[in-house]
Design a protein around this ligand. Structure first.
Ligand SMILES: Cc1cc2nc3c(=O)[nH]c(=O)nc-3n(C[C@H](O)[C@H](O)[C@H](O)COP(=O)(O)OP(=O)(O)OC[C@H]3O[C@@H](n4cnc5c(N)ncnc54)[C@H](O)[C@@H]3O)c2cc1C
Length: 465
């Protein structure tokens, strides 16, 4: 059989997973990786699938979003997670590896596959002889390819700095204190006509305690290569920088109370924190203007000082770091194909997923899309009930204007039909539903060539689907 030419650019986590998926189905691919000719400022080894920071792929338990994601990947015969399982080092409930052995093992697997041709090149333009291209060059994509992507997507659809505010689940907000309202009651479009924003009102004492906490808390230091990116901060200052400019700066900035009336007091609060809907389902809300570099523990303590958010479940903490990513809701499909150029697929952190395991998942997804296309079939997105399906729907269907990268979390899954109050029991029920949906998907997508034998991988917990 003559196969179309497939090029994968970037031999990191996503690109290596995609290459191995093709190889095991006997489909030839060319894998372009700029190492060892050139390395990004965060990469230190010459191997493929380098783990740049922590050596953990996250929690293993099925009652966690990360544990569910890994189990879904095993069921899809994910080569990198299977290798991580095999090389795991003791890390309690987490899946951690010896980073050098892991990258070496993946490099060797790629080298042993005659279907994969590895080319060392800093790719600046898309290979002309390729019928399909998967771009998986990561958060630190080299500059030549960034220019090509900018041209392809129009500049405004590519970002270089992740300045994200915390995101919480709506269910965990205390509505005895917080309330829906738009400033000056403008254009309330929700069903009850009460406003689209959730407001957490603060009195003077609460505001001063919050500012003091922000100023006193430990911050995550910027890496040397990020310190040069300060120009990206100017339009999007972190709350700690604003707070350091004067005690009232936040109250005249993102925490301004103008146009808001607290229904409990019928007065304007001293300051207000607004939360904006973050996903289509309305289960997640982000804290408006709250981008921050505070350490995660300090952010958790900060939540406890905010009326209405005392017990908030944080699905993503605020971060500010160098990160090249697409405005995926505007340009990408849940199959990882560009909307305008479906023969070009994007994988890894470039798509706006965040984290090692999520990057691997999107590399796997991109390869499965092409495998279905090669079989003359229309690629179907994963079911939205499973973690991968929900993740790829989130990054491609959420509001484009405020898009920020995200990792796997329970808030992106559609709610269960019945309400379960206990969080662990609810998460386990969501996991069970997710795995059943994925199993049905695997059985129906015959061209993926997945069989029940791939389910035989050991996991930390018994699997009940
Ligand atoms: C400093 C830093 C720390 C991080 N820490 C963590 C963490 O602790 N935990 C976590 O879960 N996630 C972390 N991440 C986020 C993310 O999960 C990782 O960056 C992950 O490696 C992304 O996978 P990827 O496949 O998209 O990109 P990468 O793994 O970075 O792979 C991209 C590959 O493409 C190559 N490349 C780039 N440009 C070109 C080009 N033009 N031509 C050819 N090759 C090219 C690179 O050399 C690299 O090998 C971190 C990210 C950064 C930047």
């Amino acid at each position: 059989m003559v196969h179309p030419k497939i090029a994968i650019i970037g031999g990191g986590l996503a690109g290596s997973e995609a290459a191995l998926q093709f190889a095991k189905r006997n489909i030839p691919v060319t894998l372009y990786e700029m190492k060892p000719l050139k390395r990004s400022s965060a990469h230190h080894s010459d191997e493929l699938a380098e783990i740049v920071c922590s050596n953990s792929f996250g929690n293993l338990q099925l009652s966690t979003a990360s544990g569910l994601l890994k189990e879904e990947l095993r069921r899809l015969d994910c080569q990198l997670i299977k290798t991580a399982d095999r090389l795991a080092v003791p890390a309690g409930n987490a899946l951690a590896v010896d980073r050098e052995s892991f990258s070496k093992a993946i490099t060797e697997q790629v080298a042993q596959m005659p279907q994969i041709t590895r080319v060392s090149e800093d790719v600046t333009a898309l290979p002309e002889d390729a019928d399909y291209v998967i771009i998986a060059t990561g958060p630190l994509t080299s500059s030549g390819l960034v220019s090509t992507l900018q041209e392809l997507l129009q500049q405004q659809q590519l970002y270089f700095f992740d300045a994200a505010a915390p995101i919480v689940t709506k269910d965990s907000i205390n509505f005895e204190v917080a309330f829906f309202q738009n400033r000056y009651n403008k254009s309330a479009q929700d069903v009850e006509g009460t406003g689209n924003y959730i407001n957490c009102p603060l009195n003077k004492e609460q505001y001063l305690a919050l500012v003091a906490h922000i100023l006193d808390s430990e911050k995550t230091p910027l890496k040397s290569f990020e310190a040069n990116e300060t120009r990206f901060f100017e339009s999007c200052l972190p709350i700690e920088v604003l707070a350091s400019r004067g005690v009232d700066t936040l109250r005249y900035g993102p925490l301004k109370p103008v146009g808001i009336v607290d229904p409990a007091t019928e007065k304007r609060p001293y300051a207000v924190i607004q939360l904006r809907q973050d996903n289509l389902e309305g289960t997640l809300y982000n804290m408006v203007g709250f981008q921050t570099n505070l350490k995660w523990g300090a952010q958790k303590e900060m939540m406890q000082l905010i009326p209405g958010l005392e017990n908030a479940e944080v699905v993503r903490y605020g971060v500010m770091h160098r990160n090249t990513f697409l405005n995926s809701p505007a340009v990408l499909q849940p199959t990882m194909q560009l909307r305008q150029f479906p023969q070009i697929l994007i994988a890894g952190q470039l798509t706006g997923v965040e984290g090692y395991t999520e990057s691997i998942a999107s590399g796997l997804r991109a390869s499965l899309t092409l495998i279905e296309l090669l079989h003359g079939e229309t690629p179907n997105p994963f079911p939205s009930d499973c973690m991968m399906g929900a993740l790829f729907q989130y990054i491609t269907r959420t509001e484009a204007k405020h898009f920020q990268p995200i990792n796997s979390n329970w808030g992106i899954l559609p709610p269960l039909a019945e309400s379960i109050r206990d969080r662990k029991a609810r998460n386990e029920a969501l996991a069970k539903r997710a795995l059943s949906a994925l199993d049905r998907f695997i059985s129906s997508e015959k061209s993926l060539g997945l069989s029940p034998s791939v389910f035989a991988v050991p996991t930390a917990e018994p699997i009940r689907s």
